[in-house]
Every structure is written in C-alpha cells, then in structure tokens.
Design a protein around this ligand. Structure first.
Ligand SMILES: Nc1ncnc2c1ncn2[C@@H]1O[C@H](COP(=O)(O)OP(=O)(O)OP(=O)(O)O)[C@@H](O)[C@H]1O
Ligand SMILES: [Mg+2]
Length: 368
C-alpha cells in the first residue's frame, strides 16, 4: 500500500471516528431503520430516553422499538415524506410518562422508494425541567427588582409614621405606645435598608482607598459597643501597603457587619483583634492583576466569642440566615457581595465556645 493510500485510509478512519463520536454524544436520540425494517443505528441518547440497550436493538427488526416510535417510522416509509414536530408519549402504559418530540427524515432510491428512515427525538421531560428552571430564575430576578421598588415605598411611608410618632411623643400622649411605635419603625427601617442594599446595591464607585483608614472609620462607628461591653480591642495593622481600588463606603459597610457580629458574639471581657498583613495570592483574583505574583492585603477580624455552630456555618452567607432574635441575617450576605464586587475573597474559621476569625483578602492597587 502506498504512503498516500495509508494516509487516505487513516484520514477516512479518523473521519469515521469523528462522525461516530458526534453520533454517540448527540443530545437527541437518533435511530435509523432500513427498508427491511432492521435497526441500523441507535445512539446513546436513544438508549437513555427509551431505556433500551443498543446491543438488544441493533441489527434486529424494529419491533423491539417502542410502538409509538415504530409508528412514525412506518408512516415515513409509507408516505415517503418526513414527519416533522410530532409529540407523543413513548410508553403510554408506563407509570411515568415519557413525552418525546420527534421528527423523521429519509433517504430514497431513484424511484423515490425510501431506503432508510432516521428518527430524531428529544426527551421533553428534561427540556421542560430546564424551561421551568429558567422561568423560576427569571421570576426570582423580577422579585429582586420588585422588592427594591417596594422597599423604597415602605421607606417613604416610614418617614411619615416616624414624624407623627415623634410628634405624639412631644405631646406626651401615651409615651409607652409611641416609644413602641418608634422602636418598631426603626426595626422595619433597618430591615428595609438592608434589603435594599441586597436587592440592588448601588454600583460601587471605585477610587484609591486606604484599607487602614477604612478600618479606623469602621472601628470609630462601633466603638460605643466595644466600650459598653468592656471588650479589649487589639490592633495589628501590620500591612506595609494598604491601597486598594474600591468603594470606601461599601468596604466600611462590609467591615462594620463583621465587627458587629464579632462584638455580638462576645460576652463582656472578650477580645477583638483587627489585623492586616500582605499575603501573596495563591489564586488569580482580579482581572486587573497579572496572574501569578499578585500581592494582596488580608484583613482579619478575630473574636473570642461563641463561635459559629456547624449548621449555621454551612449557610453563613445565605440571606436571612440568623440566630439572633432581632437579626435580619443579611449582614454577611451583604458583606460577601461587597467583597466579591471588589474581586476579593472572604473566609471564616470558627470553633464553638472559642471564637471566630473572618479573613478578607483584597487585591492591592498597583499605584504607589
Ligand atoms: N463572629 C461571629 N461569631 C459567632 N456567630 C457569628 C459570627 N458572625 C456571624 N455569626 C452567625 O451568623 C449569623 C448570620 O450573620 P449575619 O451578620 O448575616 O446576620 P445577623 O448578624 O444574624 O443579622 P444582622 O447582621 O442583620 O444583624 C448570625 O446570626 C450568627 O449566628
Ligand atoms: Mg450581623
């Protein structure tokens, strides 16, 4: 055999292998039947959809195929025309109905007599499942938009309620009741504010931000809680560089959530450590950073509090997961979202009755 012939045969075999591979891995079921009604092809998807094994079907009369499938194939042989867009149940007597969507095509000889009929069929159950999932996701997205709108309306109404209850309090009319109104209004207000942030946080406006400044500002805002609980505060802001590209207000919000959680987890005399250090990223975090040698700033917030029970830990960043009677369970969901938007990462280590450490890593700004 000449070299050309060998190459030709090799190429032809490769071509056959490729078309065989395509045929086997096709998503729809494919079955072909010749004029003698012998099954000549039956791919993997056909096996999956019909539950029949190719080896039990191939090379045999098509009577082994589901009756409904035989019917469309026979119809194509009889009419000499393809069947398009036919929907039927594969096994009408089975407990679990398997609706399929099928079409056929044919190869005919010179006189128009069909030689081979190919039926292509899809499992409608899995297509419908996918469609249902997509619809559900769309619905969730619209609920998100809707709740942001509703939250705004609620906030406006709350302003009116608050002013009137303040007025009642000034007039000294039923102080107990008005203070209750005022307290509950505040609660709804904070819930709605958190919800708004979660449903549609304003796009962050990025600029060069000093993380140490963000930490100091956040600590200032929670200082009162630290003092009243007699918590010992340890600062170890050791990172030599601390500039990141970010939104200072949002980063502050993320840190405050973590600091408040730490404070709330501790009885009196606990210890809160806030530390920063430079770490070398193990992964490629920011699209702005070259792969490989990205240095990052790591902020850790460590408490000696109650620790996080494993069942809560599993769902920590999921909205509305809370163990606190007054909590919204949105704090960590918002924090992780903000960190994500800053191309950073958040992780947690916790031991019940010992304490918890949250770690945030953020890509450093490449400016000096
Ligand atoms: N440092 C921590 N120590 C112990 N448990 C924690 C800590 N941080 C979070 N948790 C647990 O995770 C839960 C979820 O926290 P998250 O901040 O999302 O909501 P929350 O604090 O309950 O409510 P909110 O933040 O709205 O006040 C908390 O209820 C608490 O059980
Ligand atoms: Mg919280």
């Amino acid at each position: 055999m000449s070299i050309q012939e060998t190459v030709f045969i090799k190429r032809r075999n490769e071509g056959l292998n490729l078309s065989g591979l395509l045929f086997r891995s096709m998503e729809p079921g494919v079955v072909s039947v010749d004029a003698q009604r012998t099954v000549t092809a039956f791919n993997r998807a056909a096996e999956r959809i019909t539950g029949l094994m190719a080896q039990a079907i191939l090379g045999r009369r098509m009577t082994g195929l589901p009756a409904s499938l035989q019917k469309v194939i026979e119809e194509t042989f009889a009419s000499g025309k393809p069947v398009t867009d036919r929907t039927f149940v594969l096994f009408p007597d089975a407990e679990e109905k398997a609706p399929v969507h099928a079409s056929t095509s044919l190869c005919a000889d010179g006189s128009g007599q069909p030689l081979v009929v190919v039926a292509v069929f899809h499992d409608l159950n899995s297509a419908r499942k996918l469609e249902r999932r997509i619809r559900r996701l769309e619905r969730l997205a619209s609920i998100g938009t809707l709740s942001a709108g509703v939250a705004h309306e609620i906030k406006n109404a709350l302003v009116a309620i608050k002013s009137f209850s303040d007025l009642l309090a000034e007039r000294n009319e039923d102080v107990e009741m008005t203070s209750l109104i005022s307290r509950e209004t505040k609660r709804i207000d904070s819930l709605v504010t958190q919800l708004l942030k979660f449903a549609g946080p304003a796009k962050p406006t990025f600029s060069s931000v000093s993380i140490h400044e963000v930490i100091e500002n956040s600590l200032r805002l929670v200082q009162h809680h630290i003092t009243t609980r007699k918590i010992q505060l340890v600062r170890a802001l050791d990172a030599g560089i601390d500039l990141v590209q970010g939104d200072a207000k949002q980063l502050e919000q993320a840190l405050i959530n973590l600091l408040l959680n730490a404070i709330e987890a501790m009885e009196e005399m606990g210890s809160l450590t806030v530390a920063t250090e430079i770490v070398v990223a193990t992964a490629h975090l920011s699209p702005l950073e070259p792969k490989g040698k990205a240095e990052q700033i790591q902020v850790s917030i460590k408490d000696t509090g109650s620790g996080i029970p494993p069942e809560v830990n599993k769902r920590l960043f999921v909205p509305f997961v809370t163990t606190k009677p007054e909590g919204t369970g949105l704090g960590l969901a918002i924090t992780s979202r903000i960190i994500q938007e800053h191309h950073g990462r958040i992780s947690v280590e916790s031991e019940v009755n010992k304490g918890t450490t949250f770690k945030i890593t953020l890509p450093l700004s490449r400016m000096p």
